[in-house]
Design a protein around this ligand. Sequence first.
Ligand SMILES: Cc1cc2nc3c(=O)[nH]c(=O)nc-3n(C[C@H](O)[C@H](O)[C@H](O)COP(=O)(O)O)c2cc1C
Length: 183
Amino acid sequence: MKKNVFVITGSSRKNGNSAAMAEAFIRGAEEQGHAVRRFDTAFHKLAGCMACDRCWSDEKACVMNDDWQEFAAGLEAADVVVFSYPMYWSSAPAQLKAAIDRLYSYCSAKTLRPLTGKRCILLLCGECEGKEIFDQALAMHQGLNGYFSWEDAGKLLVDGVFEAGAIEKTDALEQAFTMGKGI
Ligand SMILES: Cc1cc2nc3c(=O)[nH]c(=O)nc-3n(C[C@H](O)[C@H](O)[C@H](O)COP(=O)(O)O)c2cc1C
């Protein structure tokens, strides 16, 4: 069955490692006929959550009118949500984190359109060696899946990649492609 796939990236390196993973995943998904929408957080205007508690006060999840509205619309429409980003200080790059923080609105009891029932996939990379470098990101991922009752539908964790293009020397792009095909 054709699915709506929303791919969210976090890096400002257009030819970087996480972008390459996202692109391989998208190729796989599109080959299977799925509809893919991509949102590159690094190239959008995204403020952080103000904790104003005015969520849903004008029927929009968040009252701030920046590119996050497009991000939220993409998420609402998605059957499958994919995050692809590099480790920045053991966590997500700031622009992506800003977008995620504002999902607070969808945790509110006032939510008009719950984000529940999606499948979520995580593609991560980092310079340091060892899978423990992803621990903080995995904790955030688990939190998102838990809050929204999303199904954890797969993770690809690629350590030891630093310069843009380093991921091509691993089998990660093949794996990301296969994951995209398999959703
Ligand atoms: C601001 C910044 C912070 C970083 N912090 C980490 C880190 O905490 N752990 C790590 O393993 N790599 C860290 N890195 C390295 C990147 O995660 C790594 O180079 C990754 O492959 C970049 O992916 P990209 O090409 O998709 O941008 C950092 C890089 C930058 C620019």
